[in-house]
Design a protein around this ligand. Structure first.
Ligand code: ARG
Length: 290
C-alpha cells in the first residue's frame, strides 16, 4: 500500500533531480547518476518477476515419443521426461507443436528455447546446436508389408523407400540409394510414410525403432512386419538448445541426472516401453555388433 506513494515520491524526486541537473548542465561535466534514481529501481525489485516459461518445440506426430491426444494436448515419453527434468531443475516449460522441417530453424531463431523430438545427436547437428546428455537409445528399423521378402537393409537398394525428410532414417537411406535417387520418397512425417507403405506406394519405410514398433502394434490392419539390421548405427536422443545456451543446458542436464538417480526416469520409461531400460551408461557400449 505504501509502495505506490513511495514510488510516486521517488519519481517526483527523480524528476526534480533531473530538473536540477538540466539546469546545471551547461556548466558542469557529465554528472554521476542522480542518487534518487537508484532507490526507484530497488523499490520496484521486490515484486517477483514472472518466471520465464521455456518454449519447447516438438514435432508431435511421433508416438510414443510425442503426439497429440484427442484433446489436442501434446503427450508422450519425451514430454514426460522434459516435464520431469524441468521440475527437478526448477524451470517452467510449455510445449509447442513444431513441424520437423522447420524445427531446427525455430531453435536457431529463438522461436523455441529447446527441442525435444526424439532428436538423434549427430556430429552434423552438433555444429549448429547443443545437446543435453543422451536420454534414450535408438536405432533405425525397417517396416515392410507382411509378405515382403526383404530381409536386410541392403535389400532396399533397388526399391521404393519411404522416410521422413531430414531424419536419420533419411540419411541412412540416402547413403544406400544415393541422395538424389527418386526411389526415396520423402514425407513430412513418419506416420505419412507408413500410411504410404500400407497403400502400397513404397516397399519399405526406415525410421526410428520405437516409432515403427509402436505404429505396427497399433495398426494391425496395416499388416506390417519389421526387419532389423545390425548395419544401422546406434543412435541416442538428446534435448537440443540453441548453440551456446549453457545456462539452460546445465539446468536440463542436472534435471536429467536427478531423474535417472532417483528412479523416476525408469518409471517413465516403463510406462511407455514396458520395462526398465538396459543400463547403457554402465555397460561399455550398446550391443550393436558391427
Ligand atoms: N531420430 C530421428 C532424427 O533425429 C527422427 C526424429 C523425428 N522426430 C519427430 N518428432 N518427428 O532424425
Amino acid at each position: 500500500m505504501t509502495s505506490l506513494t513511495t514510488r510516486r515520491f521517488l519519481q517526483l524526486a527523480a524528476l526534480s533531480a533531473a530538473g536540477l541537473l538540466l539546469a546545471a548542465c551547461g556548466k558542469k561535466e557529465e554528472p554521476t547518476p542522480a542518487p534518487a534514481a537508484a532507490p526507484v529501481a530497488s523499490a520496484a525489485a521486490p515484486a517477483p518477476a514472472p518466471a520465464k516459461v521455456y518454449n519447447v518445440g516438438t514435432d508431435a506426430a511421433y508416438a510414443p515419443f510425442e503426439s497429440q491426444n484427442e484433446k489436442g494436448e501434446i503427450v508422450g515419453f519425451d514430454i514426460d521426461v522434459v516435464k520431469a527434468a524441468a521440475a527437478k531443475a526448477g524451470i517452467e516449460v510449455k510445449f509447442t507443436n513444431t513441424p520437423w522441417e522447420g524445427i531446427f530453424n525455430a531453435l536457431g531463431q529463438g522461436d523455441r528455447d529447446l527441442l525435444v523430438s526424439a532428436i538423434t545427436i549427430t556430429d552434423e547437428r552438433k555444429q549448429t546446436m547443443d545437446f543435453s546428455t543422451p536420454y534414450f537409445d535408438a536405432v533405425q528399423l525397417i517396416a515392410v508389408k507382411d509378405g515382403s521378402k526383404i530381409a536386410k537393409f541392403a535389400d532396399l537398394k533397388k526399391l521404393k523407400v519411404g522416410v521422413q525428410t531430414g531424419t536419420t532414417g533419411d540419411e541412412a537411406v540416402s547413403k544406400l540409394l544415393g541422395k538424389t535417387n527418386t526411389n526415396i520418397k520423402r514425407f513430412e512425417s513418419t506416420p505419412l510414410a507408413l500410411k504410404e507403405l500400407e497403400a502400397g506406394g513404397v516397399d519399405a519405410v526406415v525410421a526410428d525403432n520405437g516409432v515403427v514398433i509402436h505404429y505396427v502394434a497399433n495398426n494391425p490392419g496395416g499388416k506390417f512386419k519389421t526387419v532389423s539390421d545390425a548395419e544401422f548405427v546406434p543412435e541416442q536422443y538428446g534435448i537440443a538448445v540453441k548453440k551456446g545456451n549453457t545456462e539452460l543446458l546445465e539446468k536440463l542436464n542436472k534435471g536429467l541426472a536427478d531423474l535417472k538417480a532417483d528412479g523416476s526416469y525408469d518409471k517413465i520409461y516403463a510406462q511407455y516401453f514396458g520395462a526398465a531400460p538396459a543400463k547403457a551408461a554402465e555397460a561399455p557400449a550398446p550391443a550393436a555388433s558391427k
